[in-house]
Design a binder for this molecule. Structure first.
Ligand SMILES: Nc1ncnc2c1ncn2[C@@H]1O[C@H](COP(=O)(O)OP(=O)(O)OP(=O)(O)O)[C@@H](O)[C@H]1O
Length: 264
């Protein structure tokens, strides 16, 4: 049986790539090989890709292909054995990690909120790394609380600010998680399956929120399972198979192409 990689290797990646203004590289992965393995194969097995500033890219692939691992590696959460990952041209190495992470925010699978805290406090948690222990003990400055409230408002969640997030629906929780990620004022948002498990209405709301952030100039890198959503919202798609990037090109007409390849 042919693999997705072998079927896709014939695709001319550059010709498929959507036309993007050349604003420079946001993320560059050069032959990145993870230290962690599945059996004797590295989970990331030579990832080569470049995501441009302002690109909205959907990462697609079968279960276990390495999509979340790729996001984690970009965020410096998955150590590499060889190769490199650069964020805004800063390498993600132990000595430069803080600087490389600065433009990034990550939306974890399932949101990762603290269920007993209210929406506002969860959003404020997005700022925790930015304050010293002493500052945190004194509480967050009023300006940060105002900022968090404004972010909740932007995401249509202001009325739920004081509600414990365990009482919110999945879609509402995901929007609080986006607001939390935005507390870092990121240039690049990494989102791991932000709409998995949500109903149609919530999916549209979350994707529209991402599209709005993209329209304001943010680079969006999101793992999705839905090819139609990828075609609708993303400009480009990266397909990962067995720890390698096998396609990086236009997200248009991806659905038919991808389904055909899986069936073959
Ligand atoms: N730190 C780790 N150590 C060992 N194995 C891992 C580690 N992280 C992930 N894996 C394994 O690596 C493979 C890829 O996992 P990953 O979560 O990246 O896949 P995915 O493409 O996001 O899959 P899904 O669509 O199911 O979420 C899986 O087999 C997973 O069990």
């Amino acid at each position: 049986m042919s693999t997705i990689s072998s079927e896709l290797s014939s695709i001319d990646i550059d010709k498929q790539r959507a036309k993007l203004p050349n604003l420079g590289s946001a993320i560059r992965s050069q032959a990145a090989v993870s230290r962690a393995k599945i059996g004797n194969r590295p989970i990331l097995d030579g990832i080569d890709c470049e995501i441009e500033q302002g690109e909205f890219v959907a990462i697609l692939g079968l279960n276990g292909a390495g999509k979340s691992s790729l996001l984690r590696a970009i965020a410096g959460l998955m150590p590499l054995k060889s190769g490199s990952i650069l964020v805004n041209d800063v390498p993600m190495t132990p000595s430069t990690r803080d600087r490389a992470r600065q433009p990034l925010a990550m939306l974890f699978q399932g949101g990762g909120l603290i269920p007993q805290l209210c929406a506002l406090d969860n959003v404020l948690c997005g700022k925790l790394g930015g304050f010293s222990g002493w500052q945190t003990l004194r509480g967050f400055p009023a300006s940060e609380r105002q900022n968090a409230l404004e972010l909740l408002d932007r995401l249509g969640m202001a009325e739920f600010a004081s509600q414990p997030t365990r009482q919110l629906s999945g879609g509402q929780q995901q929007r609080v998680a986006i607001a939390r990620a935005l507390m870092r004022s990121p240039q690049i948002l990494l989102a791991d399956e932000p709409v998995t498990g949500l109903d149609i209405m919530a999916i549209q709301q979350v994707m529209k929120n991402l599209a709005h952030l993209h329209s304001e100039g943010m680079t969006i890198v999101t793992v999705l399972h839905d090819l139609a959503l990828a075609s609708t919202y993303a400009q480009t798609a990266i397909i990962v198979d067995r720890g390698r990037v096998v396609y990086h090109g236009s997200s248009q007409n991806l659905s038919a192409q991808f389904e055909q390849l899986i069936e073959s």
